[in-house]
Design a protein around this ligand. Structure first.
Ligand SMILES: Nc1nc2c(c(=O)[nH]1)N[C@H]1C(S)=C(S)[C@@H](COP(=O)(O)O)O[C@H]1N2
Ligand SMILES: [Mo]
Length: 421
């Protein structure tokens, strides 16, 4: 039996022999075994009295012991709390569905509180019959349910300049994955009737920022949705209540929230922000524009700087992968900074433009690891290293940074955001 080498693990060595059969079999060396010893199967305090009344929260909340699992803002990142971002706590989440209360929120002008009875969606421009829809109208059209990731183009952008954020929540937390219920945009565009010269749709938000984007008609007619439910329940206000545009696989700034107007046009409608901010500067000084789909990306969510391993022996590497060009085909994991790779096990649903969950089960001897993950999608695209991206795009703050992330597992309780050359 291995000796626990973690100074944080309580002195359980002498009594560990009693648990040898179970813990040695699992290779568990630390916290879990210690807890088991401190709480044998006697009657626990909470079993000697009645619990709280059923339904004491009309809308359920997590255990108080999960109080650290929350969205977090980085206040220095943006000028104000209204034009800000609150990041998904990826290290604490499992599977592929992000709970609605934890999915990142990015607003340009704060979150409006919209009365659904007052909200309207106007479809106008190059259409035969402009129409105004209420939420109830929208709900009368045939429905679809689709699971999709939503990733801000700026996710991981700072990391292009070298390791910055000591938490996967901040380095990669501008992504969430949810099941949307709504109507295909195609269905609504058929209802208004497109004029033959229609080429683009221009969705506009009903918030203070009035965010407007341009989407080519092909994409609009393919898989875009007007969604009103997210993970079963009505969209939360921060995610666009009562309705938002879903643009599967494409950068999240096109997923217009609180959508109130769709104008159909024959040329792109470029706002200042769209031309100036959502282009990517390259090394040679030119800019990449219209970089709409999000390329394949993956990240190990546990261990991570905020979720270190606390024991040697058996440990699970858990991560997520997604591609805006299709379906994830394979994820590789390296323990040595990209020299050797093993194929991760993808566990759970594999769907187009959706996250997948991957695992590698390990037996950790306590030596330093340099953990990386690398996604492959069904177009044959393989997630590049950060240096491969820099060779083309340079080192500036870079939108669409899908470079491979490295976590250095240095010792029990310590994981760092690092880079290997
Ligand atoms: N109307 C409106 N839609 C918007 C925004 C906004 O500020 N206003 N922000 C966009 C940006 S930049 C992102 S990253 C996504 C974030 O979606 P979420 O807040 O549901 O995560 O919404 C997009 N849609
Ligand atoms: Mo964004």
């Amino acid at each position: 039996m291995k000796k626990p080498s973690d100074s944080r693990a309580p002195a359980q060595v002498s009594r560990r022999a009693m648990l040898a059969a179970s813990t040695a079999a699992l290779g568990l060396a630390g916290t879990r075994a210690a807890q088991a010893e401190q709480k044998p199967l006697t009657v626990s305090e909470w079993a000697t009295q009645l619990g709280r009344p059923v339904d004491d929260h009309a809308y359920g909340v997590p255990s108080k012991f999960e109080a650290g699992v929350i969205r977090r803002r980085v206040d220095w990142l943006t000028a104000t709390a209204e034009s800000s971002v609150a990041f998904t706590p990826l290290a604490a989440l499992e599977g592929i569905i992000t709970p609605n209360g934890l999915g990142f929120i990015r607003d340009h002008g704060g979150t409006p509180d919209i009365d659904p009875a007052q909200h309207r969606l106007v479809i106008e421009g190059l259409v035969e019959k402009p129409l105004i829809f209420t939420l109830e109208d929208i709900k009368r059209f045939p429905r679809v349910n689709r699971i999709h990731f939503c990733e801000c183009a700026a996710n991981s952008a700072m990391e292009n300049n070298g390791p910055q954020m000591q938490a996967v929540q901040y380095s990669h937390g501008m992504v969430h994955n949810a099941m949307y219920t709504g109507v295909l945009l195609k269905t609504l565009l058929e209802a208004v009737g497109l004029k033959p010269n229609a080429k683009y749709v221009m969705p506009e938000g009903g918030d203070a920022s009035g965010l407007t984007r341009t989407i080519p008609l092909d994409k609009a007619l393919d898989d875009c949705m007007i969604a009103y439910n997210m993970n079963g329940e009505a969209l939360h206000p921060g995610h666009g209540y009562p309705m938002r545009l879903v643009v599967p696989g494409w950068q999240a700034n096109m997923w217009v929230k609180w959508i109130r107007r769709i104008k159909v046009g024959d040329e792109p409608f470029m706002t200042h922000e769209e031309t100036a901010k959502y282009t990517s500067l390259m090394k040679d000084g030119r800019s990449r524009m219209f970089t709409w789909p999000m390329d394949a990306k993956s990240v190990i969510t546990s261990p991570a700087p905020e979720a270190p391993w606390m024991s040697k022996g058996q440990n699970v590497i858990s991560g997520i992968a997604w591609s805006g060009r299709g379906t994830i085909k394979q994820v590789d994991v390296s323990l040595d900074g990209g020299k050797n790779w093993v194929k991760a096990q993808i566990e759970g649903p594999v769907l187009p433009f959706s996250m997948v969950r991957f695992y590698v089960n390990t037996d950790w001897n306590g030596d330093e690891l340099l953990l990386q993950s690398r996604a492959h999608d069904n177009t044959g695209y393989v997630q590049p290293t950060k240096n491969m991206l820099r060779a083309i795009r340079g080192r500036s703050f870079n939108y669409h940074n899908n470079g491979i992330q490295t976590w250095q597992v240095r010792k029990i309780g310590e994981v760092n955001n690092v880079e290997v050359s």
